[in-house]
Write a protein that binds this ligand. Structure first.
Ligand SMILES: Nc1ncnc2c1ncn2[C@@H]1O[C@H](COP(=O)(O)OP(=O)(O)O)[C@@H](O)[C@H]1O
Ligand SMILES: [Mg+2]
Length: 473
């Protein structure tokens, strides 16, 4: 029973409610008791006063006095004694049973009465009665002197008795609220248990790779929020998993096709299908394919290292304009083949920046590669630099197909390729922009993208000018 948090919580709650119930009942009993006792004692004192007056007017042995005492005793439900200061009972309302008996008056309560005070106390009157009584002593006063004592004994008002309506109503309403509150708590606990069970089940299912599992809780409280977050997490994990699978499929494909052609050509050379005079041509293809594999492997390794902060940025001062030209030259043939147009808006003058030349080369290469790859005939590629304060902005802009708005936030993610069918771009691995982003981040610089579907794309990144080379600016 104590295994789950909810049952612990419920047990604690029930125990606390029960404790409150017990405390409240005791307190209320105590208060009501006090009220009944003081009420009873007031009444007894009142009747004592009347007897006091009668005593002073009437002869104690007269039948009138006796009758009056008897009716008073019945009316107030009390036993009345008239006692001398020495403790001799002169009259007992209960058929004079104890008349003539003397008891010890040295007790503090009795002494106090002899001194002239009203005294109220409870108990069995020093062992005389079998039950608990409330006893009131009223001194008979005349000329400032105590002439005797009036004792009034009544049964102790028993309020914890179930017949007492006061007590009954209180107890029943308390019991009712106790039961209702425990029942409500029980229902609430059951609901929470169900929520936890569902979350647990879903979390396990997600852990087992079922990323479509969702928690069906739509409340507006913290549970609803937790469910929404868990569902969001499952969706993100699902996307990641889909990306991973896509990546493995792409990678396998990217490795298999060059390997197939390498294997085919090498076999053909070995078994003489390709005559020695043609071998150079095919060996060159083999070399190109091997280079492609190497660069793919390097990309994967580089990205892994960049992501683990395992790569240091070797900052040097170099001319960024020169580097841009160098990279563009590598794409010259492709740009001509695709009948694209190119505009280069960079200064003739050298502009020195403080960065890792090799890695920035990679950044430029990956971005221009994308532009050239995704653009078609007649599209324009524009490369522009602008200095701003201690920075230089480098913009690579094309009039190509653009990127869908919902895709823009993913393009820097590993393995993300908008064109999943890989129809347009068989070589892409979806790693290019991730590498770009990691390199720019490692430099502490920023990169932004603006793109509109069917209009074109612009990437802008910053580099820091080299202050030591002011003369070239
Ligand atoms: N210049 C561009 N024009 C249109 N889409 C682009 C451009 N650059 C990047 N993208 C989109 O971003 C995706 C990720 O680019 P990248 O990381 O370089 O991977 P890959 O080039 O291997 O596809 C591309 O698949 C493409 O959908
Ligand atoms: Mg690319």
């Amino acid at each position: 029973m104590f295994k789950s948090f909810v049952s612990k919580f419920f047990t604690l709650y029930a125990a606390l409610t029960l404790l409150t119930f017990i405390c409240l009942t005791s307190f209320i009993t105590y208060v009501i008791n006090g009220y009944f006792i003081s009420d009873k004692s007031d009444k007894l004192i009142e009747s004592g006063r009347i007897i006091n007056e009668m005593y002073l007017l009437e002869d104690i042995n007269s039948s009138y006095f006796r009758t009056a005492i008897n009716s008073m005793s019945r009316a107030y439900g009390s036993r009345i004694w008239i006692v001398t200061n020495n403790g001799t009972i002169l009259m007992d309302s209960e058929s004079n049973k104890l008349s003539g008996i003397t008891f010890d008056t040295q007790r503090p309560n009795i002494q106090k009465a002899i001194e002239g005070h009203h005294v109220t106390f409870t108990g069995n009157f020093y062992g005389l009665f079998r039950e608990r009584m409330i006893t009131v002593i009223v001194p008979i006063r005349y000329n400032n002197e105590t002439m005797g004592l009036i004792f009034l004994h009544a049964y102790y008002p028993s309020i914890t008795n179930a017949t007492n309506p006061f007590f009954r109503v209180t107890l029943i309403s308390l019991l009712f609220s106790l039961v209702v509150s425990i029942m409500l708590m029980y229902l609430f606990s059951r609901r929470i248990t169900k929520i936890f069970q569902q979350m647990n089940k879903t979390a396990k299912s997600i852990a087992n790779g079922n990323f479509e599992s969702r928690i069906m809780i739509h409340s507006n409280d913290e549970f609803g929020e937790l469910a929404t977050n868990l569902n969001y997490m499952a969706a993100e994990l699902g996307k990641l998993e889909e990306m991973r699978r896509g990546f493995i499929a792409n990678i396998s494909h990217d490795f298999r096709s060059p390997l197939t052609s390498i294997k085919g050509f090498v076999q053909a050379i070995l078994d003489g299908t390709i005559p020695p005079e043609n071998q150079d041509k095919y060996l060159n293809i083999v070399l190109n394919e091997s280079n492609r594999l190497t660069s793919l492997t390097n990309d994967i390794l580089l990205l892994a290292k960049l992501e683990n902060n395992g790569i240091t940025i070797n900052r040097t001062s170099f001319d960024i304009h020169n580097l841009i030209r160098e990279v563009i030259i590598q794409f010259e043939q492709k740009i001509i083949d695709k009948k694209m147009e190119i505009t280069i808006l960079i200064d003739e003058k050298a502009v020195f920046v403080d960065a890792d030349r090799q890695k920035i080369q990679r950044v430029l290469y990956n971005m221009i590669d994308n532009a050239v790859k995704f653009c078609g005939k007649g599209d324009r590629l524009t490369i522009e630099t602008t200095k701003y304060k201690e920075k230089i902005n480098i913009s690579i802009k094309d009039t190509g197909p653009g990127i869908k708005e919902e895709d823009i936030k993913y393009i820097f993610n590993r393995f993300h390729k908008a064109d999943r069918s890989r129809g347009k771009d068989k070589k892409g691995t979806g790693l290019g922009l991730s590498i770009v982003k990691e390199i720019i981040n490692a430099h502490g610089e920023t990169i932004n993208v603006n793109s509109q579907l069917n209009k074109g794309t612009e990437f802008v990144f910053t580099l820091t000018l080299d202050k030591g080379n002011k003369m070239y600016r």
